[in-house]
Design a protein around this ligand. Sequence first.
Ligand code: HEC
Length: 122
Amino acid sequence: MVMRRLALVALMGAMTASVSAQSATLAEAGKQLYASKECARCHMVKGKGNKMSKLDGVASKLSARDIGRWLSAPAEMEATLDHKPKVRMSSRKSLKNLTQADVAALVAYLMTLKQRETADTR
Ligand code: HEC
């Protein structure tokens, strides 16, 4: 019985570890998409990119759901702003063909940006 319980605990531990490893991989994929989709043309993270719109701390400001909506329906989100941005995210053709998997990865990456202007600790 004791052995069985220990095995179960070990199994659960392994499962939790693999879930967080998976989200780390997803965030890593998102980081690469962030680069390949040229988000830095308009956004800045940790001092790199366009200071027009800083994404440092975006995870503390927006929910994962809203970040996802910025990616899948930028025009809708632009309509909720109290100001008119100089450039519109919804006008970028390269962002129109993001797949759901792309969006999930980008959200996972952006959700790692919890604080403003912090140095990359990894
Ligand atoms: C053509 C310029 C442009 C590109 C390219 C672009 N964005 Fe944006 N994005 C904007 C603008 C402008 C806003 C609105 C910022 C504001 O004024 O509040 C915005 C808003 C956002 C927001 C909400 C930010 C907030 O603080 O509320 C997120 C998240 C975001 N973009 C992610 C991305 C990601 C990820 C990419 C790449 C896949 C990307 N954007 C590419 C222009 C762009």
